[in-house]
Design a protein around this ligand. Structure first.
Ligand code: CTP
Ligand code: MG
Length: 276
């Protein structure tokens, strides 16, 4: 890191970034939590934490890791020490402090990991960004767009990108159709209105807490259908604003995604490439 990462938006609300990194990484198939998987000579979690710190929007970074994972705990501790050392070496102009790093045990689902992190935020926190460690290469510009929307009054804001594929709805084939193909098309979505949703997702803290309190009462089926935080806020009837995301914020989910992420780090454009 060349400069001490500090909160550079004193005009904005007191902000925490939650990094959820407690998943097991089944689809990546490394036999270890995805946060620990090597990427560009470091780990996926290291890249994610560096991105959050470089954005300079947080007074607190709260990381949810798999319970009992001493290696990831040590990695987060080392990251926190590096932030402090960098701050001593090159204090931020204006006296900004480096973010407090809080490490917590995640839960058995992503939503439970977020809920555990929400319980560990500093008392003065007003706004929160929830970010997937798996989106390890999310550029600073996206954090800034989300933070600016919150500072402008949004209760909820998500980064999105246009969908490039045509998207259809299907259902299982029945009768004679089942002998031809497993599924039959029931419709075609209007692509110009579709967006693929990324993280970091930003919220007014009280709103996100209310949304997660409501979700804690979900049955197993409803809970399994929760794939992001914004959908919980939508259920409250709160408007969710959308800002431009970035394709390098891809969620590293499968081995192919890891190859793409490695390519972003090693390729001629480098990791600092930000889509225009
Ligand atoms: N996550 C979490 N706690 C969980 C499950 C997921 O903090 N119990 C986090 C992951 O660490 C990841 C993000 O939520 O950063 C998005 O989840 P996903 O990409 O599905 O990661 P994994 O659950 O680890 O992967 P898989 O579903 O393939 O096992
Ligand atoms: Mg998962």
């Amino acid at each position: 890191m060349d400069t001490a990462p500090t909160n550079t938006s004193p005009a904005g609300p007191v902000t925490a970034v939650i990094v959820v990194a407690a998943g097991s990484g089944q689809r990546l198939g490394y036999g270890m939590p995805k946060a620990k998987v090597p990427l560009g000579g470091d780990t996926i979690l290291t890249h994610a934490l560096r991105g959050v710190a470089a954005a300079g929007i947080a007074q607190q970074i709260c990381v949810a890791i798999p319970p009992g994972d001493t290696e990831l705990h040590a990695l987060c501790d080392a990251f926190a020490r590096d932030l402090k050392a960098e701050h001593l070496r090159a204090p931020a102009p204006g006296g900004g402090q480096p973010p407090v790093v809080t490490i917590i045990d995640g839960g058995s689902s992503r939503a439970e990991s977020v809920r555990a992190a929400l319980a560990a935020l500093l008392p003065a926190t007003e706004a929160v960004l929830v970010h997937d460690a798996a989106r390890a290469l999310a550029p600073e510009a996206v954090f800034h767009r989300v933070a600016h929307a919150l500072a402008a009054g949004a209760q909820a804001v998500i980064p999105v990108i246009p969908v490039v594929d045509t998207v259809k709805t299907v259902e299982p084939s029945t009768g004679d159709g089942a002998a031809i193909a497993p599924e039959i098309v029931t419709g075609t979505a209007a692509r110009e209105t579709l967006r693929a949703v990324q993280t970091p997702q930003g919220f007014d803290l009280a709103t996100l807490r209310r949304a997660h309190e409501a979700a804690a009462a979900f049955d197993a089926g409803q809970a399994a259908a929760v794939t992001d935080d914004a959908m919980l806020v939508e259920l409250l009837g709160v408007p969710v604003h959308a800002v431009r995301g970035a394709s390098q914020s891809l969620k590293i989910t499968t081995p192919l995604d890891l190859i793409i992420a490695e390519g972003l780090l090693e390729g001629p454009l480098g990791a600092r490439w930000v889509e225009g």
